[in-house]
Design a binder for this molecule. Structure first.
Ligand code: CTP
Ligand code: MG
Length: 180
């Protein structure tokens, strides 16, 4: 029982690493031209806001893919008994995580929430929704082979915990303006 639980938690973490990396890296490297080029939507508010930049998007996705390639290499070299990533899966996970983050910002702006304002639940799960959507659309075989029910539950449990911890850390080291 305990070992099944630990296996699912470890598998969940391993699968999601390429999706977890892009957000903190975007916070570290972000800045410069906003993705929406400072344009407003029909409601007069920003499309995405200054918190979504090209530099953050590109650095974040590259970092997620790079870590994913290291994972692929590790499992291949040391034959670790962990879920297998592919170049496609890690790319979809990394890109999906930040597309999910952008989608969330788009909806946040439509709801009149300012940049950086907390939006509980959405702030924690946007990356999961984006990463899952992209992998389900473009690599469903990988997704359904790897994300079993116990792994899915484990992902839903560990994601908010990691999200919160990393953001508090980012706030302490003054990389993030808010601890969420
Ligand atoms: N960031 C970026 N580009 C992205 C995502 C994030 O440059 N595509 C950087 C920004 O500097 C941003 C920081 O990472 O301020 C933290 O990201 P996040 O919390 O997602 O953005 P918020 O500033 O909170 O904006 P929002 O309210 O739109 O979520
Ligand atoms: Mg935020």
């Amino acid at each position: 029982m305990l070992s099944t639980l630990l296996t699912a938690l470890l598998a969940a973490f391993w699968i999601m690493v390429p999706a977890y990396i892009p957000n903190p890296v975007a916070a570290l490297c972000g800045g410069g031209t906003p993705i929406d080029f400072c344009r407003n939507y029909t409601d007069g508010r920003r499309i995405l806001g200054n918190g979504k930049t090209y530099r953050g998007l590109i650095c974040g996705v590259l970092a997620g893919v790079l870590i994913g390639l290291v994972q692929i290499w590790l499992v291949g070299t040391y034959h670790w008994d962990l879920p297998r990533q592919t170049i496609l899966s890690v790319t979809l996970l990394a890109l999906g995580a930040l597309l999910g983050d952008m989608g969330k910002s788009f909806i946040k702006r439509r709801l009149g929430k300012e940049r950086g304002e907390a939006w509980p639940v959405a702030d924690q799960y946007d990356l999961v929704v984006g990463a899952f959507l992209l992998t389900i659309i473009f690599d469903p075989a990988w997704f359904f082979a790897v994300v079993t029910l116990p792994v899915l539950i484990a992902i839903l449990v560990i994601t908010p915990v990691l999200h919160r911890s990393v953001n508090i850390l980012g706030y302490w080291i003054k990389v993030k303006k808010e601890p969420w």
